[in-house]
Write a protein that binds this ligand. Structure first.
Ligand SMILES: [Zn+2]
Length: 239
């Protein structure tokens, strides 16, 4: 894969083309429109404004690139930012990631306080509690994109493929990840992990009428992606 961006999942072709274009020249320009969602402080003046789902995805993609290339901005990490947001939050994107300690969401997207509404569960599984949380982050708080973020070397996916007995309630994760295993004849870990992201993203899109409505109105994008724990790269997935 030559580019950071494989494609835009489950969005219209127009949106997909928009995301692909963002992966190249448009991102480099940083020329995004004025933004109600991110009021930049003087120290963050170089940050792009964020208003639309494509703006949100552009900043996530750009932030991951900054992280990968070792030139993070580290935005919104001052006490001034903390104090500014004490009365309320308006994160520009939501992320459902695995709980894996190698997937530090704000760091890998080069974001700061108040930027991302992050929900985590081993295997980045979509349960009713996670759906409710993501509805809060989008419908109530106004996040413009939801990224379902799997990762390479995922222990939860690996354990589900193996199906071995595990302590405590760890095996309760299995039933959420099993559909991806069943849909992947090779049972190869990374292939199953990618399929699991697709399964969970589809579940989120189809099980939440309010999220589906935001997507229909072009106010929200639900995107699947995989983070490579060896390279730091986030790759968007086909639907
Ligand atoms: Zn994991």
């Amino acid at each position: 894969m030559q580019t950071h961006i494989a494609s835009a999942p489950s969005v219209s072709r127009r949106k997909a083309l928009g995301l692909l274009s963002l992966s190249t020249a448009a991102l480099a320009s940083g020329g995004l429109s004025a933004a109600p969602l991110r009021a930049a402080t003087p120290a963050d003046a170089a940050l792009p404004a964020i208003r639309t789902p494509l703006d949100a995805m552009a900043e996530l993609i750009s932030g991951n690139r900054r992280f990968m290339e070792g030139r993070p901005v580290g935005p919104h990490r001052t006490m001034a930012r903390v104090q500014e947001l004490a009365a309320g939050q308006a994160p520009f994107a939501a992320v459902l990631s695995c709980a894996d300690s190698r997937v530090p969401v704000e760091i890998l997207f080069d974001q700061g306080v108040g930027d991302l509404f992050v929900c985590r569960a081993a295997g980045n599984v979509v349960t009713p509690e996670l759906i409710g949380s993501l509805e809060f982050g989008t419908v109530v708080l106004g996040a413009r994109a939801v990224v379902v973020l799997g990762h390479t070397g995922c222990g939860a996916v690996k354990a589900t493929i193996a199906g071995d007995p595990v302590p405590g309630q760890i095996s309760t994760l299995y039933r959420h990840i099993r559909p991806a295993v069943d849909r992947t004849p090779s049972r190869e870990l990374e292939e199953v992990s990618r399929e699991n992201v697709r399964v969970q993203a589809d579940l989120l899109r189809t099980s939440s009428p309010v999220i589906a409505q935001l997507v229909r109105e072009d106010k929200l994008m639900v995107v699947g992606a995989v983070y490579d724990v060896g390279t730091g790269r986030v790759t968007l997935l086909d639907a």
